[in-house]
Design a protein around this ligand. Structure first.
Ligand SMILES: [Zn+2]
Length: 627
């Protein structure tokens, strides 16, 4: 066993899956198992099941399954290596020499650590004499209770203060420059209240700075911008980072509400709306929605102003999210209010008034309508759909949206909905859309989320079954089902692997899992729990779609194994059935080859095939008659 495998094993031995999952969500004991509402899909009754003895989990709703590694990978959005580092930390297992040498030194200074130090210093500055005005500002905005939890700080209003600190701690200026804290020898954030921007793992990747009220004008006479943010950098991707997601995640929020400013986000969290996040310096993007797929089981609500800008934002969001897996709704705010205006308790204010305002905010979020409906509603305010020219404007936008949809079924569903909103039959809409050439510009593809899904890669979970065309659901495949049953038996009795010829197995997943079970047995793991652990550890090393499928197949086998009372008898029966099915299968193949040989006039081959066919029928027939 190499160091990598050894470290994996030691981590798995040290970390109890039940305790790990319980640190994220409450588990209920049920017999020997634990159940919970699935953290990976929306559901009302728990189908997420954790098996303590074999240290794996499986959701009977969405099929997600795996072990400690895959759980933190999914939940935290980590690579396998990152999940291993995180769990090693927790288990106090050293990873020295596990990953190839040199990588650490190549990586250079750790930006997260450096920005973390800057953050701590700025917080100290907030509580220094220099920070008095900043503290008063935070008091006046009722944000003081958030200083600790959100790491709010102050950048002293003296050019050179930050540089001096960096020099005293030997922090490399390159990282501070990338984060926009130093620029051309200046310190652009000087004199600002500092809001650290964390990624969803809680690492500081940048800062937002707000100017203090009554700040002196700049030397060039222009008013300083109210807010400035760190620019994009290798560690701060604005299309991905959502301000407040780390906190929302920790609170286990299943509905995420996207707003604009960081002070709004903090105010919402302080008022108990823990799903609040903000996109920074960009609209809500496709990448943001991908990020939220893991957390927002109850959907995403985008908050917009209810004016023309809101409509434009809604159109932009529709384009970005047309292929998103999460349900996106839009809530429109009236009277040019910000979320903070609703939820903040002003000093000395009557408590009933605060409660009433917060209730209105909750109603606003709860009453959010789906994105398409909101967009049509806003468009209808401006355009008269009974006028052909105006209808055409809407039609053009519909055509563009439809051209962006990657999935056929989804496109059909969207088309039907659009037709409903336009109060015309779907065929009528199709006729109208034919007038517009299909556009091909798609939302900017992300670079490291793997290849875009194939157009034919249909996720059946998202589709209303009544919309499925005939034949879209795969026909049952008895051979595969039987092979999965066989795997279930082998989990109980790995020694039976010696009696199975893997070349007779037809399902590629089953073949892979079979090989892993046989390897487990070769290493002396003969109990069911040991075999399960071994197999899950093998699978979890890579994170692709294939390993997800493999985990899912294996978890189903384990569940099936629970139902098998007498493994030996079941194995014997399966073996017999399989032989019969395999020979039927090969008989069909032989017959086809025979027909081809006869058609080609190839007598020799035809003779040979006939003999084989007869021999095979003899070998299976007696079993049927001799019982
Ligand atoms: Zn699930």
């Amino acid at each position: 066993m190499d160091r990598f495998d050894e470290a994996k094993l030691r981590i798995k031995e040290a970390i109890d899956l039940v305790a790990l999952i319980e640190s994220y969500l409450p588990l209920k004991p049920r017999g020997r198992l634990f159940v919970a509402l699935c953290p990976f899909h929306a559901e009302k009754s728990p189908s997420f099941t954790v098996y303590a003895d074999s240290q794996h989990y499986h959701c009977f709703g969405c099929g997600k399954s795996g072990d400690v590694f895959s759980f933190v990978m999914e939940r935290e959005g980590l690579t396998f290596r990152e999940s291993m580092e995180m769990l090693a930390d927790r288990a106090q297992v050293s990873l020295e020499g596990v990953f190839s040498r040199g990588e650490q030194s190549q990586r250079g200074p750790d930006p997260y650590q450096i920005l973390g130090e800057v953050r701590t210093w700025m917080q100290q500055m907030l509580f220094s004499d220099d920070g008095r005005a900043a503290r008063e500002y935070l008091e006046s905005r009722s944000l003081a209770p958030a200083i600790e939890a959100w790491g709010i700080g102050y950048c002293p209003d003296r050019q050179g203060a930050l540089r001096q600190f960096a020099q005293s701690r030997r922090l490399p200026p390159s990282v501070l420059e990338q984060a926009g804290l130093l620029r051309n020898g200046r310190e652009p954030f000087a004199g600002r209240v500092m809001f650290p921007i964390d990624d969803e793992r809680g690492r500081t990747v940048g800062f937002g700075g707000r100017v203090l009220p009554g700040a002196k004008p700049r030397s060039d006479g222009f008013d300083p911008p109210k807010y400035i943010n760190s620019p994009e950098s290798p560690f701060f991707n604005k299309r991905r980072v959502l301000y407040g997601l780390h906190q929302a995640k920790q609170k286990g929020s299943r509905r995420i509400v996207v707003m604009e400013g960081y002070t709004d986000v903090i105010a919402c969290h302080l008022a108990g709306f823990h799903g609040a996040v903000a996109a920074l310096g960009t609209a809500f993007t496709h990448e943001h929605s991908k990020k939220l797929e893991r957390y927002a089981q109850e959907g995403v609500v985008l908050l917009f102003d209810g004016d023309r800008a809101g409509e434009q934002a809604a159109v932009r969001a529709m384009r970005e999210l047309v292929n998103s897996q999460v349900t996106v709704k839009i809530a429109l705010m009236a009277d040019a209010k910000d979320p903070a205006d609703y939820v903040v308790a002003r000093p000395g204010e009557d408590e009933d008034l605060v409660i009433e305002r917060r209730a209105r905010f909750a109603d606003l979020v709860d009453g959010a309508d789906d994105a398409l409906a909101t967009w049509f509603r806003l468009a209808r305010r401006r355009l008269d759909f009974s006028q052909p020219a105006e209808l055409e404007k809407v039609g053009k936008e519909c055509a563009l949206l439809l051209s962006l949809v990657e999935n056929d079924l989804r496109r059909r569903g969207l088309l039907q909905e659009m037709a409903r909103h336009l109060a015309m039959p779907p065929e009528g809409l199709v006729r109208m859309l034919r007038k517009f050439p299909a556009r091909t510009d798609k939302p900017e593809a992300s670079s490291d989320d793997g290849p875009a899904p194939e157009p034919s890669d249909v996720d059946l979970r998202d589709i209303d079954p009544s919309q499925l065309p005939d034949g879209a659901v795969a026909a049952p495949r008895p051979i595969v089902a039987a092979e999965r049953d066989l795997l279930a038996v082998l989990v109980h009795r790995p020694e039976f692997t010696e009696q199975v010829d893997p070349s007779t197995l037809q399902s590629p997943e089953v073949v892979q899992l079979f090989t892993m079970i046989r390897a487990a047995m070769g290493q002396g793991r003969t109990t069911r729990a040991d075999v399960a652990r071994h197999v899950f550890t093998q699978i979890s090393s890579d994170s692709g779609k294939a390993s997800q499928d493999l985990r899912s197949v294996f978890a189903r086998c384990l569940a099936r194994a629970d139902e098998i009372k007498d493994p030996a008898a079941f194995f014997a029966m399966l073996d017999k059935d399989r032989n019969r099915a395999n020979s039927r299968h090969s008989a069909r193949g032989l017959r086809q080859q025979l027909q081809a040989a006869l058609a080609a006039g190839d007598r020799d081959t035809a003779n040979r095939l006939t003999q084989e066919l007869v021999a095979q029928m003899r070998s299976t027939a007696p079993r049927n008659s001799a019982k």
